[in-house]
Design a binder for this molecule. Structure first.
Ligand code: NAP
Length: 324
């Protein structure tokens, strides 16, 4: 099988494709022929050696955690059989043409949903579902700020916050991303490159005494803006650090009455049954068209380095995929 790896941390140039033995199916799991593997900004953290998550060890590195494909072989007690179309989240080494997937993170891909849509929508859709339905449920009519609303998680959060009746005030860094945010259901879109005082622009749109919720995956880039636009009792939600980690803060210097919340989607309190139920719900939304999956670019495994460069350029919209 072909597998993307790196023998040291560094620039995208460290990525290479190697031949590995095809895995045998484990009890309670399957081996899948990968049809589409997702790219996530997190993969670039793994490559650079700056991510200390459960999927990272010392080189040689494994990349990718989500994808979709066809079951090639099933172990004893597997919940899928050869030929079934499936998708998964949380399997290190998904940048490959074959991957072993345990039952706990496996979900069927319904008829009518393409492998690209399944691989492109499941992980970031579930992240957004957790943020807007479980972590900080968006109330009807709330003024909700969503940054990076043309890209991966941000675009999904925009769709789901709007679906719950929120008025989404979206921001994107560059003008060419505005259409993707609008198409996702944003009520208003602000292009940060073209907006002098972003905080003032958001406050004016939010009206009243400020926004109710700010979903922010940019980390340090927009932290100060996000907390400054919230009303008393408003909630700042951090779920990522695309622009770098938020440095240590002094609560003394934070605005009055604002709640600061870190949400780790797929948190430890979640059982496998709950995960599968949420995964099924997201797949259902993809199937009925109520969750739109935007695939910006696709690449063969051999071009994983180009894909990482594009992801880090901050230029892409929607999701990027590797097609083995
Ligand atoms: N993928 C998931 O399911 C998931 C789950 C939990 C946490 N996260 C975290 O959430 C953050 C965003 O992930 P994602 O999957 O949405 O990524 P993505 O699809 O690659 O989107 C990243 C977006 O972040 C914004 N950004 C701001 N500063 C950036 C920088 N310095 N470099 C690159 N992008 C920058 C860009 O949008 P603008 O230019 O419009 O700002 C960019 O398009 C990451 O920190 C990730 O680790 C993701």
């Amino acid at each position: 099988m072909r597998f993307v790896t790196a023998w040291r941390h560094g620039s995208p140039d460290v990525l290479c494709v190697e031949e590995r033995p095809v895995p045998e199916p484990e009890p309670g799991g399957v081996v899948v022929e990968v049809k589409a593997a997702g790219l996530n900004l997190m993969d670039t953290y793994v490559r650079r050696g700056m991510h200390a998550g459960p999927w990272v060890g010392d080189p040689p590195l494994s990349f990718g955690v989500d994808g979709a494909g066809v079951v090639a072989a099933a172990g004893e007690g597997a919940i899928a059989k050869p030929g079934d179309r499936v998708a998964w989240v949380g399997v290190a080494g998904s940048y490959a043409d074959t991957v072993a997937v345990p039952n706990d993170v496996l979900v069927p891909v319904p008829e009518g949903v393409s492998f690209e849509a399944a691989a492109g929508g499941l992980m970031q859709g579930m992240t957004a579902q957790y943020l807007t339905y479980v972590g900080v449920p968006v109330p009807e009519g709330a003024a909700v700020v969503v940054h990076s609303a043309g890209s991966g998680v941000g675009r999904m959060v925009t769709q789901l916050a709007a679906r719950r009746g929120g008025r989404v005030i979206a921001t994107v860094s560059r003008a060419h991303k505005a259409a993707a945010a609008r198409q996702a259901g944003a009520w208003q879109v602000l292009v940060r490159d073209e907006t002098g005082d972003l905080g003032a622009a958001i406050r004016e749109l939010a009206g009243g005494s400020g926004a109710d919720i700010a979903f922010d995956g940019t980390g340090k880039t927009l932290f100060d803006v996000s907390v400054s636009v919230l009303r008393v009792g408003g909630i700042f939600v951090t779920y990522g650090y695309a622009g770098g980690e938020i440095p240590p803060i002094s609560l003394l210097h934070q605005p009055h009455g604002v709640h600061l919340v870190r949400i780790r989607p797929n948190g430890p309190e979640q059982t496998a049954a709950q995960w599968r139920e949420r995964a099924g719900q997201v797949m259902g939304w993809i199937k009925d068209g109520s969750l739109d999956v935007l695939i910006d670019r696709t690449y063969p495994l051999e071009d994983a380095a180009s894909a990482h460069r594009d992801l880090e350029s901050q230029d892409t919209v929607g999701k990027l995929l590797l097609i083995p």
